[in-house]
Write a new protein. Structure first.
Length: 701
């Protein structure tokens, strides 16, 4: 217990003296940790102690070493440690930072948050004070009860001087504690009253801050309105300078419009070329009609050639099959001839053997000779039949060779016919290729014309879109100028200061400039209308050119078309130059708008900085006063916390004294029971002594 108390004392002094922080949460209860360390309450108090130790570790000079050790933990462990560190360093409900006392300026939002938390801490201190007072009263009642119990049972322990001395010492300490508690209670009441007064002062200061903020917002709106008038004046001046630039650009566009007359002349030339192309088209159509019968003959000849090729393939297949059959038959014939020679040799040998056998064999063996003769005769008959069959096959083979010769002759005739037809087909194929090449040339010309037409259409559409977009932008600028003039006039009626009057004079000059710009804008609209009419004429001419290209999609005259394409490319380039100039004007317009917006933002920022400076100076003086008052309140709160800690320490000492008294009461009760046992033993011994004396007396008598 003593070690834990020393640890808490050092932790508290480290937070207050080194870190300039006050421990707001309730300190861990040492007795709860020691006696009830296995319960939930004991573990919660142990967690508080470890949390304070962690705060000291991460804020001391050797925090890098502790951080390195924390990095060796797992991901979940590091996450929980980070949460605990944030809880002990950033949560003002547990530790309150007093370093703001050294600051000269505190933001209003931070000041409000700080006062709110201070009021909550004061309220919690008051509630804890009341709880401690109730605890002290309960403990005094218990002490009185134990004293009365000790007084009732002390009659039996008068002989023990040590117990009486300790009791008197405890009574003196209790009286001292009572006096201190009364004094602390009185001081707490005084501090509660002071806190109530401070709350009322803080509320008054908050109301004053709200009024000052409202005044500041009204001043900011007025300053913004004046800056807006100034910015609009600058914008009108810039637009007046821009109008002169637009006039110069309009003159450039007028010069470019003169090129439209050249385009009209080119359209007339294209019409003449169209007539020439129509004539060439008629000639080509007549040539195609003349070549139609040749096409039909070529088609029929191709069909006939296909049929002949199919027949030729079938005949070659049959010829190959016949050759294979002839080869197999020739092999069979050679085998049969070889067998025939063998059979003839065998029959000769047999006849020779028969003659020898007839002379040498006895009459008893004639039956065996007859049997051998019969067998040789049968074999000779079989060979004759086989010979006849082979002769028939030879006759068939000879017939087949004759038919093969006939088919070879017909094949030669067919090959000659095929050669003649192939030459005819080749001639027709060359003629067809020439016709196809001419058709491909016509198709290539038509595709080139279509590509040129699409390019012309796209260039004209882009030119028309750019001119329409430029006209719309001019109209929008004119409307914006009219609106700005009207808004300036309305604002000039509202303002009564000298600056507003000067702005009115400038606005009159600018209104005259705007009128000049409107007249110039009307002129620009007239010029754009003329340009649109010329563009429509060009579209009509281009439409005629499209029709010419559709009619001449399959015609030659490549040189004439190349010339027209080159001329159209020149027109497209001129249109592209016009579009480029228009896009340059648009880019310049956007750049001017961006510059105007940047100037507006700069002026607004300057004016706002000036207003913020004046308002911040006023707020700094007020906040200094508030900080001084808050310092006083914090000193009072620190004193209250010190008194609270002293009261807690006295209560702990009182509780320890009560526990020692309880232990002494237990010892006294134990001694009483021992005394009672000794009395009973003494009475028993007295009775036995009496009984023994009686027996001795009886024995003597």
């Amino acid at each position: 217990i003593q070690n834990l108390n020393m640890l808490l004392k050092h932790i508290k002094s480290y937070y207050e003296e080194v870190q300039k922080q006050v421990i707001v949460m309730s300190l861990p209860k040492v007795l709860m940790m020691v006696h009830n360390f296995r319960t939930q309450e004991g573990l919660a108090e142990m967690q508080k102690l470890l949390l304070l130790v962690l705060g000291c570790a991460v804020q001391c000079d050797q925090r890098e070493r502790f951080v390195e050790k924390m990095k060796q933990l797992t991901y979940e462990g590091m996450e929980t440690m980070m949460n605990h560190i944030k809880d002990v360093t950033e949560n003002t409900d547990k530790v309150l930072n007093l370093q703001w006392e050294e600051l000269v300026e505190i933001p209003a939002d931070d000041l409000e948050e700080l006062t709110r938390k201070m009021s909550l801490h004061i309220r919690s201190l008051v509630s804890e004070r009341d709880k401690q007072a109730m605890l002290i009263t309960d403990m005094t009642q218990e002490r009185d009860y134990f004293q009365s119990q000790a007084g009732g049972g002390g009659s039996q322990l008068i002989r023990k001087e040590s117990f009486t001395a300790t009791r008197q010492h405890l009574i003196v300490e209790l009286n001292d504690f009572k006096a201190k508690l009364r004094k602390a209670k009185q001081e707490l009441d005084d501090k509660v009253e002071q806190n109530i007064d401070l709350k009322s002062e803080i509320e008054e200061m908050q109301l004053a801050l709200k009024e000052i903020r409202q005044e500041n917002s009204s001043l900011v709106t007025e300053a913004r309105s004046t800056r807006a008038l100034r910015d609009e004046n600058d914008i009108l001046k810039e637009r007046a300078g821009k109008a002169s630039k637009l006039e110069f650009e309009i003159e450039i566009l007028r010069e470019k419009v003169k090129d439209v007359d050249f385009y009209k002349q080119r359209v007339e030339e294209l019409r003449d070329d169209n007539k020439i192309l129509h004539e060439t088209k008629a000639l080509v159509e007549e040539q195609l009609k003349k070549q139609e019968p040749d096409w039909m003959a070529c088609w029929t000849s191709e069909k006939r050639i296909v049929d002949l090729n199919r027949k030729l393939q079938a005949m070659t297949q049959e010829h190959e099959n016949d050759q294979r059959r002839i080869q197999s038959l020739s092999e069979k014939v050679s085998n049969l001839e070889f067998d025939k020679m063998q059979s003839m040799n065998e029959s000769g040998n047999l006849a020779y053997q028969l003659e020898q056998a007839r002379g040498n064999i006895d009459s008893g063996r004639m039956s065996i000779l007859d049997e051998s003769e019969e067998s040789t005769l049968n074999r000779a008959l079989r060979l004759e039949k086989e010979n006849k069959r082979l002769q028939a096959l030879m006759a068939k083979y000879q017939d087949a060779t004759k038919t093969h010769e006939i088919t070879q002759a017909s094949m030669l005739e067919l090959e000659k016919e095929n050669q003649r037809l192939s030459n005819r087909v080749q001639q027709l194929q060359e003629h067809i290729n020439k016709e196809k090449q001419s058709v491909l040339d016509f198709e290539q010309l038509s595709t080139d014309l279509a590509a040129d037409r699409q390019r012309l259409e796209s260039s004209l559409e882009t030119a028309r879109a750019s001119s329409e977009r430029r006209v719309q932008e001019m109209e929008q600028e004119n409307n914006h100028l009219v609106k700005t003039i009207e808004s300036l006039r309305e604002r000039a009626k509202i303002g009564a200061n000298e600056k507003v009057k000067a702005i009115e004079k400038e606005n009159k000059v600018l209104s005259e400039l705007v009128q000049d710009m409107t007249t110039k804008h009307h002129k620009l609209e007239y010029e754009t209308k003329r340009l649109n009419e010329k563009i429509h004429d060009m579209e009509d001419s281009i439409h005629l050119a499209k029709e010419v290209q559709k009619d001449n999609s399959k015609l030659e005259k490549q040189n004439v078309l190349e010339k027209t394409v080159k001329q159209l490319e020149l027109t497209c380039r001129k249109m592209e130059t016009i579009e480029q100039s228009a896009s340059d004007l648009e880019v310049e317009n956007r750049q001017l708008k961006v510059q105007v917006e940047n100037l507006k933002n700069l002026t607004q920022q300057l004016q706002q900085l000036e207003d913020d400076k004046t308002s911040s100076d006023m707020e700094i003086t007020r906040l200094k006063r508030q900080i001084e008052s808050l310092k006083k309140t914090c000193d009072r709160v620190a004193n209250l916390e010190q008194d609270k800690l002293e009261a807690e320490k006295s209560a702990k000492r009182f509780q320890q004294a009560l526990e020692s008294m309880k232990a002494s009461m237990r010892q006294s009760e134990k001694m009483e029971t021992d005394n009672q046992q000794l009395d009973e033993e003494n009475s028993r011994l007295v009775s036995t002594n009496k009984r023994l004396t009686n027996e001795v007396q009886r024995a003597k008598t």
